[in-house]
Write a protein that binds this ligand. Structure first.
Ligand code: CAA
Length: 251
């Protein structure tokens, strides 16, 4: 469906933070396209969007593997042909393969680097040129508190998320005069399937260390993303916005 609304593309859009971000951006008037890479994972997203009663001209899905540069090129071209130019890009696709470094396989390293970091190149590269040509764009990259803090069992994940921060600041400099802002949001521990997979005793220790004493809701992260994606954040670029219940207070 071609739309008069600004189009927002959210990679990993059917995950926990992704779904909340889609809902929030759609409620704020964007036409939101949720990318997903694993067939069958979109069911909960469809229900969440239906429950939110956003109307007909609000959301769509786009299948594609974020680790595949050519596939992302084809997906972006299709999204733009179907709905219109991408004005907002949220790079949210991410996985964990937590294990101590001494047990980490080459595969676990590459899966996380490819999905969490190379994906940001793979999608942004196909979107940024159009934003620059049109003189308006918002790119929001989802990093993590563990990018700068490190985390036992997350050498691969922390490296990828720290890479996103360098990517964000560097690209922000390159497009700062072109009407395109590039920012990061670094969530702490959020109520998602990703944190539900942490061993209960380990998760208990982690939650106990959060100054606010609880995990974030996905909506609390989506609010930060929506702000940076909005016209209200026009003068903000190259920043990292932590949303972590105070975990950054002790970094
Ligand atoms: N600090 C120091 N030492 C630790 C430790 C810690 N945090 N945790 C465990 N150890 C020690 C253990 O005491 C043990 O020592 P010994 O060998 O002397 O007995 C040794 O390290 C091995 O520990 P485990 O047996 O626990 O190792 P494991 O392989 O069973 O578990 C792990 C490793 C699965 C990675 C587990 O540590 C873990 O789940 N860590 C949490 C990872 C995490 O925070 N993931 C976040 C997912 S959510 C997310 O990523 C979103 C986001 O952005 C925040």
């Amino acid at each position: 469906m071609r739309t008069d609304k600004k189009v927002a593309l959210v990679t990993g859009g059917v995950g926990g933070i992704g779904t909340a971000t889609c809902r929030k951006l759609a409620a704020e008037g964007y036409f939101v396209v949720a990318n997903y890479g694993i067939p069958g994972t979109e069911a909960a997203w469809k229900k969440a969007m239906a429950d939110a009663k956003l109307g007909d001209d609000a959301v769509a899905l786009a299948f594609g593997d974020v680790t595949d540069f050519a596939a992302m090129g084809a997906m972006v071209r299709q999204v733009e042909a179907d709905h219109g130019p991408v004005a907002v890009l949220v790079n949210c696709a991410g996985i964990t393969r937590d294990t101590t470094f001494r047990k980490m396989t080459e595969d676990q390293w590459h899966q996380v680097i490819d999905t969490n970091l190379t994906s940001v190149f793979n999608v942004t590269r196909h979107v940024v040129e159009g934003m620059v040509e049109r003189g308006w764009g918002r790119i929001v990259n989802i990093s993590s508190v563990n990018a700068v803090r490190g985390q036992f069992g997350q050498v691969n994940y922390s490296a990828a998320k720290a890479g996103i921060l360098g990517f964000t600041k560097s690209l922000a400099q390159e497009v700062v005069r072109k009407g395109v802002t590039v920012n990061a949001v670094s969530p702490g521990y959020v109520e998602t399937a990703m944190t539900a997979a942490i061993r209960p005793d380990v998760l208990g220790q982690i939650v106990g260390s959060i100054p606010m004493g609880r995990m974030a809701t996905t909506d609390e992260v989506a609010d930060a993303v929506a702000f940076l994606a909005s016209a209200r954040a026009a003068y903000i670029t190259g920043v990292n916005l932590p949303v972590n219940g105070g975990l950054h207070l002790y970094q």
